[in-house]
Design a binder for this molecule. Structure first.
Ligand code: F6P
Length: 319
């Protein structure tokens, strides 16, 4: 194998640049040429492909977003689109590909492997919703962004004796909400993995208030409902007048944390090693701090589970 490609796909995540850097430099270390494919699968179909040298990935390890840009491509979901993509790869002499993204991106990666084009996936999404890996690239950074926001909101909540409802991302997963809620000392955390009980939320606010607590922070995962819906219910049921903050895409940007940079570097290096060993159709991940590889097919049929002990601890501590 002489030449490999790398692309980022789906929602961007802090740490994707560190993964690109690791792929390029591990490739060069093993005498490979590495090509960057710009704008994900859409760019691949259009042939937006350029060589990446050692210097082209310098000064990016600390930068959020992705220097390769990203997209969600409808055309790549069709056989005709994938045919064009493989023609582009062959035209550029690329023999194998690394795809950094979430489960939608892995569906594409598996299709490429099935069509005879070796592809390896790296989990990059703030949602931490990929089965088979304990963490995805970007989750830790997003989490720290949310915690920073909670700390700031807490200051003003305490000053005004107020309840705040903070809505966080995560798509259908509650990881960002649960971890941020625990680290930020939230009174209630609403996640899709547990039934929502607004009466319990109200009870906690009232109990806290009764013992002199001057603020209440409620974290809502976007996969449950909107923070405004919760606010409406608190007002209607208990006359509470909360303030709402929807953090939105702030959670997707920013300089990656050390933990995300290291994870991205380890996963990027492993992805190239797998390709050199002739492997394909695999996702690299981290389990119990060990870098592992598993079949993408298994990932796509599996389910991401949130650790139930974390839910239990968060509930115990927020009395
Ligand atoms: O998957 C990452 C994510 O930020 C989710 O948390 C969120 O639901 C979604 O992407 C938002 O997508 P978009 O950037 O297309 O609005």
């Amino acid at each position: 194998m002489k030449r490999i490609g790398v692309l980022t796909s789906g929602g961007d995540a802090p740490g994707m640049n560190a993964a690109i850097r690791a792929i390029v430099r591990t490739g060069i270390y093993h005498q490979l040429e590495v090509y960057g494919i710009y704008q994900g699968y859409a760019g691949l179909i259009e042939g937006k492909i350029k060589p990446l040298d050692v210097g082209s990935v310098g000064d990016i390890i600390h930068r959020g977003g992705t220097i390769l840009y990203t997209s969600r491509s409808e055309e790549f979901k069709t056989e005709a689109g994938r045919k064009k993509a493989i023609e582009q790869l062959k035209k550029h002499g690329i023999e194998a590909l690394v795809v950094i993204g979430g489960d939608g991106s892995f569906r594409g990666a598996l299709k490429l492997t099935e069509a005879g084009f070796p592809t390896i996936g790296i989990p990059g999404t703030i949602d931490n919703d990929i089965p088979g890996t304990d963490f995805t690239i970007g989750f830790d950074t997003a989490l720290n962004t949310v915690i920073h926001a909670i700390d700031q909101i807490r200051d003003t909540a305490t000053s005004h004796d107020r309840t705040f409802i903070i809505e966080v991302m995560g798509r259908d997963a509650g990881d960002i909400a649960l971890w941020a809620g625990m680290a930020g000392g939230a009174e209630s955390i609403l996640i899709p993995e547990s039934p929502t009980d607004v009466d319990k939320v109200i009870e906690r606010i009232q109990q806290g208030h009764a013992r002199g607590k001057r603020h209440s922070i409620i974290i809502v995962a976007e996969g449950v409902c909107s923070a405004n819906d919760v606010a409406k219910q608190l007002k209607e049921k208990a006359g509470i007048d909360p303030r709402v903050t929807v953090l939105g895409h702030i959670q997707r940007g920013g300089s990656p944390t050390a933990s995300d940079r290291v994870l991205a570097s380890r996963l990027g290096a492993k992805a190239v090693e797998l390709l050199l060993n002739g492997e394909a159709g695999k996702m690299v991940g981290i389990r119990q701090n060990q870098i592992i590889a598993c079949d993408i097919e298994q990932i796509l049929t599996g389910h991401h589970h949130i650790d139930p002990t974390l839910i239990q601890i968060a509930s115990q501590l927020s009395i």
